[in-house]
Write a protein of this length. Structure first.
Lengths: 122, 122
DNA sequence: CAGGATCCTTTACGATACTG
DNA sequence: CAGTATCGTAAAGGATCCTG
């Protein structure tokens, strides 16, 4: 029960830890999950929409996080030829594979509120 | 398809966004999910164990995040009366309700590696 | 061992302009 | 509208030393 087998552990058991690290690296920062959650609800959204809906985010951060996620192919950016231009952001198919994560996060948050405020409407 | 019904949306659809916010507030920072993931694998662990297993974390951060999570009742801290003293950290029952989230994060990370390196052993 | 204290560097984040 | 630039703060990160 002490520390035997540490060497063997490295091979099999760290996989999960590394996996968590990989995922968190891609979702790094305070905002990506919020943005993704918002985009999952809202479908195609414009910069300003996101700025309004993602509570508390500043334009600089939004801009930066969107670029980040675009680079990682989690979202797509489409410039529409209007005047002034419009830009639409949308979750990619690949980005949608993150939905189970976001869902669990949302579910936990909902349960959390219930455990605090009870089932009453508050 | 434009923006009709925004008013109605606020009542029903923001629940999820707020839930995500709640959860992310409790899991805020770069390390909590890593620590939880590690504790979920390792069971009871001591400070030094965590310092070794949570890749890259500094003692200062570990200490702070552990306190944070203890305050939120996600983990428990037990001081054993040895000499020198030993301290064991463990996920609480409440903290275990986060497992579905961590699991999804780990799963995604695993799939992510596969999508990059293929099924070959790398 | 389990940490807190200190000091210093580097990112992350935020608020407020400003531009095509 | 969709951003970038600029500036300032706060938190993260690292190193080292210290204590019960």
């Amino acid at each position: 029960m002490r520390k035997k087998q540490i060497v063997n552990n490295t091979a099999c058991c760290k996989t999960r830890i590394i996996a968590i690290k990989d995922t968190m690296e891609i979702l790094s920062g305070k905002w990506k999950i919020h943005i993704l959650g918002t985009l999952m609800e809202g479908g195609k959204m414009r910069f300003m929409d996101l700025l309004r809906e993602v509570d508390g985010i500043a334009a600089k951060m939004l801009s930066k996080e969107l670029q980040d996620m675009e680079m990682n192919h989690l979202i797509s950016r489409t410039v529409l030829d209007t005047k002034p231009i419009t830009v639409e952001y949308e979750i990619t198919e690949y980005g949608q594979t993150l939905e189970p994560i976001i869902d669990e996060i949302a579910n936990w948050g909902i349960a959390y509120r219930k455990s605090i405020y009870g089932d009453r409407k508050n």
